[in-house]
Design a protein around this ligand. Structure first.
Ligand code: NAP
Ligand code: ZN
Ligand code: ZN
Length: 347
């Protein structure tokens, strides 16, 4: 066993505070990672504040983890000490069910071990995430990170990157595809960069006028202020795909109206409040609304390799551990450009 410094929440109403974690001794196939950076995902905030249901406290969040391998178990094949490594939203799954066998571990039909606020495969050991100095994970769930990249900008790919890459890829985005990205935050800005890198023509749909110039710099062709009725009307029926990354309640019907016939709105934003979706916007344009949950391990590696090749990285504001609570408040005000990345040496 080894100790790790961490930041976590003791209850849904307490701010995150320093704490100490115990990490297991690496088993035969385990990789121990000294964490360099961990991104702050809005899911961390939803979880620690109990917005998605009661959590198992204390919770150390964080699932956008990059660092260096410090120890390996004797049967580890993919990594050696000193290698760069990444961990995303999952640290294990049953690996036997039909979904796991298809590389869709995130849809494991038995037990999925999310990186925090979940249990290891033994069903009793709580998982604790990346706002910490060290983590121990089976190599099957550890990703390879190419060297020479700024790690603070790689970390957010492990969730924001794969969550947006997966539906863009599944919908075959290519040159000429018309892709709307709703909400320009951590996921949204990755969706813009990735869709543009695939050749898509990206339209940012945002509630924040001050992000207009950024949208273009990120690779979008157009920016639409969603509260401007005239701008919205002009775009009606023009998009093949919308990636909806909004973290709270919003008017989904207005967005569905922007889809062309046969278009799809992919819900990745996980608002705790349900949405009212009207029948008619769907029926008249034979449109679809679907969900998407992160991506499998093989697909996450594919996304990391795609990003390295296409030079896609997150735009980050690096923060020290003491600033995590303030960062959460800023996240709630859509005041992030575009991901907070914690320097874990400050924990
Ligand atoms: P974020 O950085 O806070 O970005 C969300 C963006 O949505 C904001 O920047 C803002 O963009 C817009 N927004 C926020 N509240 C809004 C509201 N009430 N109405 C309209 N627009 C609003 O969050 P994130 O880390 O990207 O995460 C986004 C959501 O995805 C969260 O719910 C998170 O839990 C979820 N998520 C899901 C998955 C998955 O696998 N499905 C994975 C990761 C995260 P503008 O200023 O441009 O309007
Ligand atoms: Zn996340
Ligand atoms: Zn499974």
């Amino acid at each position: 066993m080894s100790e790790a410094r961490a930041y976590g929440a003791a209850s849904p109403t307490s701010p995150l505070a320093p704490m100490t974690l115990t990490r297991r001794e690496p088993r035969e196939r385990d990789v121990e990672i000294d964490i360099a950076y961990c991104g702050i995902c809005h899911s961390d905030l939803h979880t620690v504040r109990g917005e998605w249901g009661e959590g198992a406290y204390p919770i150390v969040p964080g699932h956008e983890i990059v660092g260096r391998v410090s120890r390996v178990g004797k049967k580890v094949k993919k990594f050696k000490v000193g290698d760069l490594a990444g961990v995303g939203c999952m640290v294990d799954s049953c690996r036997k069910c039909p979904q796991c066998r298809k590389g869709l571990e995130q849809h494991c039909q038995n037990r999925i071990s999310f990186t925090y606020n979940a249990f290891e495969q033994d069903g009793v050991t709580p998982t604790q995430g990346g706002y910490s100095t060290r983590i121990v994970v089976d190599e099957a769930f550890v990703l390879k990170i190419k060297s020479g990249l700024p790690l603070e900008r790689v970390a957010p790919l492990l969730c924001a990157g794969i969550t947006t890459y997966s539906p863009l890829k599944r919908h075959g985005v290519k040159k000429g595809s018309r892709v709307g990205v709703l909400g320009l935050g951590g996921l949204g800005h990755m969706a813009v960069k990735l869709a543009a890198a695939m050749g898509g023509k990206v339209v940012v749909l945002s509630g924040t006028e001050s992000k207009r110039a950024d949208a273009r710099a990120l690779g979008a062709a157009e920016f639409v202020l969603t509260k401007d009725a005239a701008e919205m009307t002009k775009r009606a029926g023009t998009l093949d795909l919308i990636i909806d990354t909004v973290s709270g309640a919003h008017d989904v019907n207005a967005m569905i109206g922007l889809l062309a016939v046969g278009g799809t709105l992919v819900m990745v934003g996980a608002s705790p409040a349900p949405h009212a979706v009207g029948s008619f916007p769907l029926i008249v344009g034979r449109r679809a609304v679907e969900g998407s949950l992160i991506g499998g391990i093989a697909e996450t590696q594919e996304m990391l390799d795609f990003c390295a090749k296409k030079k896609v990285l997150a735009d980050v504001e690096v923060i020290a551990a003491k600033d995590i609570n303030a960062a959460y408040e800023r996240l709630l005000k859509s005041d992030v450009r575009y991901r907070f990345s914690i320097d874990c040496s400050t924990l």
